[in-house]
Design a binder for this molecule. Sequence first.
Ligand code: TRP
Length: 449
Amino acid sequence: MQSGRVHWSNRLAFIMAAAGSAVGLGNMWKFPYITGTNGGGAFVLIYLVCIAAVGVPIFIAELYIGAKSQSNAVQAFEKIHHQKSRWKAIGWLGLVSAFLILSFYSVVGGWILDFEYQSITGAFLHETDDQIAESLSVLFASQGRQLFWHGIFMALTVGIVMGGVKAGLERWNKILMPGLIVLLIGLLFYSFSLDGFQQSLQFMFSFDTSNLSGAGVLEAVGHAFFTLSLGMGAIITYGSYLKSTQKLGRTAVTVAFLDTAIALVCGIIIFSIVFSFGFEPSQGPSLMFKTLPMLFVKLPGAYFLSILFFLLVSFAALTSAVSLLEVVVAYWDEKHGTPRWKTTLLSGAVIYILGILSILSTNDWAEVKIFGLTFFDLFDKLTSQYFLPLGGLFISLFFGWVLGEKAVKEVFGDVSPFILKTFLWTSRVIAPAAVAVVMINKILQDFSG
Ligand code: TRP
């Protein structure tokens, strides 16, 4: 393998980095709110099935492609396959997705920073429940505040990526990620005592298909990709900083498990608050921002609790944002030899400007729609529900058909032929077919309805 290349210090450091990419706003903000808008149980079940049957295999495929090629998301396909490989289109689509996702992700990251600031000034402590519930709407009305915090979030992301993902992240990841987990477990225990706890569990885990449409199924599939950072080369890029292709299966399962557990815990906590205080589960993107601060002010140590929570969420969001930007930077760095700082600054600036469209979607341009969606929703849906699943579908096909049995053996080592075959055919047929069926179904529904 290439020398020169920077590698993770050890397996644990890598798992933390991959988990840092996976665990983010997708778990804490997006998962609860889309579970709410899709009616709960049935959506959660489909999401869980997708994580296991589609997410984990594609996670393994991406790790393998990265570790084997020791290359960024575009050149990985040239290295493993051949120079003119058409498969590298997957990498190109990934670069486009990185720009689009990070543009709205950083805006939401900015909201978190704003809430952290409000926690520090103690604003929530003096507010009535109604005022707290309105905090996000007040923020939406202010372009200045959103531009400012979106800028800070992007600047932090750029700063970390500029310093190199390894130096920038390994140290902090080791402290703050476990911190987040401990705090969430604490809140989970507290939510047991809330009146709405039972109802929360029922909402999330009772299976009622009547709530679910083709659009909901696609959203569940899309979210499985989004939450595991799959389908656009982020995991290929992180995998490329691994030294060997060994034990990738275990790594993928560990990360997927951690990511899913955190999402479910966040969901349980948030819906316990929803049902205790009589909120609407289906209110959309504001869900987390309305419910959690409301809970914090009622707890002992409210001031510090709220500061700590938004700090840890900011960090989780940053470690995810970094993995998105790294896809772009690694490519330009390796392909064109552009210095890291240049690409990072330039792409950061482009993404910042693109993010302004998402900010405008929350106020002046709330009625400006493309395909019936604001820019914010368009960037989110286009990437999560089309680009990422499509990228994942082709990654799976590439792994199963081009790399095939040899690669599977390398990943799994000495396991039974049954497991090898099962995995091989999952990545050749089952995973791609599942994604294709869901996408086609949704498109047909759109045309007939
Ligand atoms: N997975 C992250 C989250 O849940 C977001 C993210 C980071 C991502 N890198 C990605 C999403 C790559 C899609 C693709 O918050």
